[in-house]
Design a protein around this ligand. Structure first.
Ligand SMILES: Nc1nc2c(ncn2[C@@H]2O[C@H](COP(=O)(O)OP(=O)(O)O)[C@@H](O)[C@H]2O)c(=O)[nH]1
Ligand SMILES: [Mg+2]
Length: 307
């Protein structure tokens, strides 16, 4: 498969939900008027962009149409694509910060969203780039979680630091950091348990982990990535809000994009909470992870004349 095509392919369901509807609306109206803008807003809302974000996007589209004296409805699609890209490019950057010896990448999120799988994929990706990678098994909640991560570490051929089930997650991370000292480890990947149902507990546990990371690795980049399952749509948006209140999140890994038409939540989360998607999961395989790119993402959803 060609480079870049995986993300486009995984967006095909989302594209069906947005692009086709936009075309239908635009072809029915032909000329640019208020009723058309209202219909377009409806398309965005039904495509999971959220009410606030959809209203804002259509406001901007109205302004752009005014400013550029657009009278042909067909021209609106290109304008809309520009605005969608603008939304993704505003505020916090989607670029991963990976520097230091080692750089730290930690995943958090509720059960089943794809944290462990994403760690496995990232381990493989950085290893393939020639980096020295270590995984910390800080989801100590169940023995099966540690075993699952071991399978991924084997597949990616990287070292894993673990303790037994039930041990303190912060202690596992402390151990892992120590095991990296003097060994030129480039990336330390930390898996964690998904326990949002006790927000206070989660917050305290994360604080403890942050404290250790800051103290032991003051010069390292630290990515705290919230993993969200795109198939859960508005539920994922709600998780973004809750986790943002509880923890310092630096970005999102949006998983299971391949199985859903709900990729539109990316815009809602960016626009309402300024949390950038940094990586997307596009399948269950070890290579099925991609860095987020706003232009690629939008052009995977909307067909414009440029292509
Ligand atoms: N289709 C698809 N499935 C995924 C993706 N990421 C994870 N999964 C699946 O989601 C399920 C839960 O993943 P897991 O990593 O155990 O979630 P965790 O509980 O957050 O650690 C597994 O069956 C994975 O194969 C993805 O990008 N696409
Ligand atoms: Mg897990």
């Amino acid at each position: 498969m060609a480079f870049f095509s995986k993300i486009k392919e995984s967006l095909s369901k989302t594209k069906n939900s947005i692009n086709e509807k936009l075309e239908t609306v635009i072809n029915t109206f032909k000329s640019v008027d208020e009723e058309l803008f209202e219909e377009l807003e409806e398309v965005l809302i039904t495509a999971d962009l959220g009410v606030n974000t959809s209203v804002e996007i259509i406001d901007r589209l109205r302004d752009a149409a005014d400013e550029k004296h657009i009278v042909d409805a067909n021209k609106l699609k290109g304008e809309l694509a520009n605005i969608l890209e603008e939304i993704l490019n505003e505020g916090k950057s989607s670029k991963m910060q990976v520097y230091g010896l080692p750089a730290v990448i930690m995943v958090i999120g509720v059960n089943g969203v794809g944290k462990t799988t994403s760690i496995g994929k990232l381990a493989n990706m950085y290893k393939k780039q020639g980096k020295n990678v270590v995984i910390a098994a800080a989801d100590t909640f169940r023995a099966a979680a540690i075993e699952q991560l071991e399978v991924w570490a084997d597949r990616a051929d990287v070292r894993i630091v673990k303790q037994q089930e039930g041990s303190d997650p912060a202690a596992v991370i402390y151990d892992a950091i120590n095991s990296c000292k003097g060994k030129y480890v480039d990336v330390l990947l930390c898996d964690t348990a998904g326990r949002l149902h006790n927000k206070k507990n989660l917050m305290e546990e994360l604080k403890k982990i942050y404290k250790i990371l800051d103290r032991e690795l003051p010069d390292s980049a630290k990515e705290v990535l919230l993993v969200l399952d795109a198939t859960t749509g508005q539920n994922a948006v709600a998780q973004a809000k809750e986790f943002k209140e509880a923890a310092d999140i630096t970005g999102i890994i949006l998983t299971k994009l391949d199985g859903t038409a709900k990729g539109g939540i990316t815009f809602a989360i960016k626009n309402e909470y300024d949390i950038p998607v940094k990586l997307v999961g596009v399948g269950e395989g070890i290579d099925d992870i991609e860095f987020f790119d706003s232009h690629e993402f939008v052009s995977g959803i909307i067909d414009t004349d440029e292509e």
